[in-house]
Write a protein that binds this ligand. Structure first.
Ligand code: ACO
Length: 332
């Protein structure tokens, strides 16, 4: 291992998450669409997911996760001077969900924006925040991955609606203090095939109309098989490049927190990277795929379970619509 741990790094001062209380298991879903608990479990590993109520929006989930992260960091909202929310299901196209939670946190004037990198969004946001904190112009960043994916699900499409769930995870980052250190980043994208995973209507290309509603164009559409293959390839490549660029080998990695999309994707990634499956933390059986919220929810749960030992190395790795991908190295 050649990593220089004395080098100044961005520190994750606190992590927190929040999921809606309503649990929808596979048996309940099989009463809505032509599916079964056996099919969903064997093809994806998912047993249940959390679904927000009509009254709960993405900013509600984000706000609760942010408060939990601040509490765990031992910091107050007014310590924050930058808010970034990663989401593909903002409360509305604009203003940003970051602005909405800024107001609820009572921190006027601080910089706020959303980013859209789908399931890689939280890791992209860590990468962006690291750059902004390292510039010296910001001191303390609140990063949130939050999704109400149930709001863009086609509940008549069994090939997608069984996969996703709602939730939020948040982290507080600073250049000083105690916590896991973010020591390397690798973000990228390939925009050559956008319709592999997309929401066709509601943007400037196809604004909302009676026709777009009739065509169910406001719902998520996905080519699952192609996404599966791309996911393993791009996460594998991003992880390998990041590990090598930091003078490490796959054997140096103690823990992997992968994007929680599908247990079979995680197994294939483990084989491709030759990192044993026991080193991968998964909770997708409980929450399904929560897109930008998936890694911080998993990281928060793993942190609370005390699975990380001081000095161990962790790898976060994600892929998402775009296609986007991102990997982040962490020293606990
Ligand atoms: N219940 C029962 N049968 C189903 C269901 C369901 N929920 N969904 C599909 N099927 C059927 C299909 O119709 C097909 O039937 P057929 O053979 O008669 O045509 C059969 O099951 C097999 O379908 P496949 O699509 O080949 O199934 P596969 O094994 O590929 O699994 C899955 C599908 C789970 C979607 C898988 O391809 C996958 O996980 N892909 C990746 C998806 C993903 O991770 N997306 C998230 C991207 S991240 C982001 O940015 C949001």
């Amino acid at each position: 291992m050649t990593i220089d741990l004395q080098k100044p790094a961005t520190i994750m001062r606190g992590i927190g998450s929040y999921v809606p209380s309503q649990v929808v298991d596979n048996v309940a879903l099989s009463k809505k669409v032509d599916t079964s608990d056996e099919w969903i479990r064997s093809r994806t590993g998912i047993k249940q997911r959390r679904i927000a109520t009509e009254k709960e929006s993405t900013s509600d989930l984000a706000f609760n996760a942010a408060q939990n992260a601040l509490k765990n960091a031992g910091l107050k909202a007014n310590d924050i001077d930058l808010v970034i929310v990663a989401t593909i299901t903002p409360d509305m196209a604009f203003p940003s969900t970051a602005c909405l939670i800024q107001h609820r946190l009572g921190i006027p004037k601080v910089a706020c924006f959303d980013i859209e990198a789908a399931c890689s969004g939280f890791l992209y946001a860590l990468d962006i925040a690291d750059g902004m904190l390292s510039s010296g112009r910001f001191n303390c960043a609140l990063i949130v991955g939050a999704e109400k994916l149930s709001s863009i699900m086609d509940w008549e499409d069994r090939t997608t609606c069984v996969l996703f769930g709602d939730g939020a995870g948040a982290a507080v980052l600073a250049k000083t203090g105690k916590g896991p250190k973010l020591i390397g980043f690798k973000s990228g994208a390939d925009g050559s095939n956008p319709t592999l995973l997309h929401q066709p209507a509601g943007g400037s290309l196809e604004p909302a109309s009676l026709k777009s509603l009739e065509n169910r164009g406001h719902f998520l559409k996905m080519n699952g098989r192609e996404i599966f293959k791309s996911a393993v390839r791009v996460m594998g490549a991003a992880a390998r490049d990041l590990i090598a660029e930091n003078g490490l080998t796959e054997k140096d990695i103690d823990h992997v927190i992968p994007h929680q999309a599908n247990a079979r994707i995680v197994e294939s990634l483990s084989q491709r990277l030759e990192i044993p499956l026991e080193k991968f933390f998964c909770n997708l059986d409980k929450y399904g795929n929560t897109s930008a919220a998936s890694i911080p929810i998993a990281f928060d749960e793993a942190t609370r379970a005390s699975i990380f030992k001081k000095g161990q190395l962790g790898l976060f790795v994600a892929f998402g619509a775009g296609l986007t991908w991102s990997a982040v190295l962490v020293c606990f």
